[in-house]
Design a protein around this ligand. Structure first.
Ligand SMILES: Nc1nc2c(c(=O)[nH]1)N[C@H]1C(S)=C(S)[C@@H](COP(=O)(O)OP(=O)(O)OC[C@H]3O[C@@H](n4cnc5c(N)ncnc54)[C@H](O)[C@@H]3O)O[C@H]1N2
Ligand code: MOO
Ligand SMILES: [Mg+2]
Length: 409
């Protein structure tokens, strides 16, 4: 049986990002939020676009004012007023200045701005009362932040407010992003019914498909919900064949253990899928099954128990979706160290995952175990959790107050 880290390495090696040519789409700037950039962006505009003032004050020649003091102010003649958005008409000559405002274009001849607090206005003249610290003070130089034609944003990053600001500034109103990966999801089990059906004796509501669809969407992909498939080989064969032909990633839940009605592995093989993982030394989630089809589609057969399905999703499927989606960095699972708030115990045989809540307490992360049963059949206390504490194989106890490794969901 593979260890969790072996399983992780196997899975992450099996998948590669979508193709940045074939699998891209063009979206409007505002629709680009939370999308992943498919190709590098360059702009034809420098940033700043032109030399401009960082202060409300006076554009001057540094050589004129470098000796100015309160006692011996330098007096300059004001030849022009330059509000933001206006193209200056004059050239500043020795002994001259222009009234200027924040964001306004620097006039030719001037190289420095003196903020108005360091001046005194006398009609058509200005007294400079304090010398600037250095030439170019309070001038935002053209291209100081970005030179036209060089790379502005690299491919493979997720776009949020700050990147959208950069694209807007570069007048990049149509953005090339990766299409969202398509993830087919179905549940297996004769006992399952959709949430809206009245329950007959022995039936169980299919919660996994809904949870997984929400998590898939949260991971940046498009869920394709294929419903409930009974534990019958023919039905399962039809569902798997359809799913692997219509999605980049397939997630089923249930039917991967050793029971007489657990057909998933058998059907994968009959459809010429390649079984890559049959079980992982973890709890919950041991019967996790992973396969590939035509070296293109990855199939996750998650265990049916609700907590097992979600834990294996967080641990393996979520990073897989993010990697496939084109993200270059940050698709990997995120672990942090936290203070363990209560004792955690396991039998030491499997890498064990405990669900709970990560709090920030006086600047320190603390892991609080969800109250109630941590059995894989319990899903009720998964609500409002945001993290999984991890106990290594061979470890049987993490005392309260000690450090614990935590996976962020
Ligand atoms: N003899 C053994 N039995 C089991 C073993 C084992 O090693 N030897 N492993 C156990 C573990 S661990 C798990 S996890 C489960 C995995 O079972 P399957 O993946 O085959 O899933 P099912 O048998 O179909 O269902 C298990 C359980 O989960 C409920 N379920 C299934 N699908 C859903 C759904 N969509 N929504 C909500 N609940 C669902 C189902 O009703 C069962 O109660 O096997 C153990 N057995
Ligand atoms: O390991 Mo199963 O996945 O918990 O109950
Ligand atoms: Mg079973």
């Amino acid at each position: 049986m593979l260890s969790v880290s072996e399983a992780e390495a196997t899975i992450f090696n099996l998948v590669s990002p979508l193709d940045n040519q074939q699998d891209m789409e063009i979206v409007d700037l505002l629709a680009a939020d939370s999308r992943i950039l498919a190709s590098a962006v360059a702009s034809q505009l420098d940033f700043p676009y032109w030399d401009n003032s960082a202060m409300d004050g006076y554009a001057v020649r540094y050589a004129d004012v470098q000796q100015a003091t309160q006692q011996q102010p330098v007096i300059l003649e004001i030849v022009e007023e330059i509000p933001a958005g206006y193209q200056p008409q004059s050239t500043i000559r020795p002994g001259q200045a222009a009234r200027i405002f924040t964001g306004a274009v620097m006039p030719a001849g001037a190289d420095t701005v003196v903020m108005q607090e360091n001046t005194q206005r006398q009609e058509k003249r200005v007294l400079i009362l304090t010398a600037p610290q250095k030439p170019q003070e309070f001038v935002r130089q053209r291209a100081a932040c970005y030179e036209a034609g060089t790379q502005l944003l690299p491919p493979g990053i997720m776009l949020h407010g700050s990147e959208i600001a950069v694209l807007a500034t570069a007048q990049c109103t149509q953005v090339s992003v990766y299409r969202r990966p398509r993830v087919a999801i179905f549940s297996t089990g004769n006992e399952l019914v959709p949430p809206e059906n009245p329950l007959q004796p022995g039936q169980i509501v299919d919660s996994n498909q809904y949870a997984l669809a929400a998590l898939v969407r949260q991971s940046g992909a498009e869920p394709l919900m294929l419903g409930i498939v009974p534990d019958e080989p023919a039905a399962l064969e039809k569902a798997i064949a359809y799913a692997v032909s219509n999605a980049d990633i397939v997630i089923s839940s249930g039917g991967v253990s050793v029971g007489d009605y657990d057909y998933v592995e058998q059907i994968i093989k009959s459809l010429e899928g390649k079984i890559q993982i049959q079980a992982v030394a973890m709890k919950p989630g041991k019967p996790l099954t992973v396969a590939t089809f035509r070296d293109q589609v990855i199939y996750f057969g998650l265990p049916g128990n609700p907590a097992s399905a979600l834990v294996t999703f967080w641990r393996f499927v979520q990073p897989t979706i993010k990697k496939v989606s084109g993200l270059v960095d940050g698709w990997q699972p995120k672990f942090i160290k936290a203070l363990n708030h209560q004792e955690l115990r396991s039998n030491g045989k499997w890498e064990t995952y405990f669900w709970g809540k990560l709090h920030l307490q006086n600047g320190i992360y603390e892991f609080q175990l969800a109250g109630g049963s941590q059995s894989s059949g319990n899903l009720i206390n998964l609500a409002q959790t945001n993290a999984l504490a991890v106990m290594a194989v061979g470890q049987t106890l993490i005392p309260s107050g000690e450090e614990v490794q935590v996976l962020l969901n």
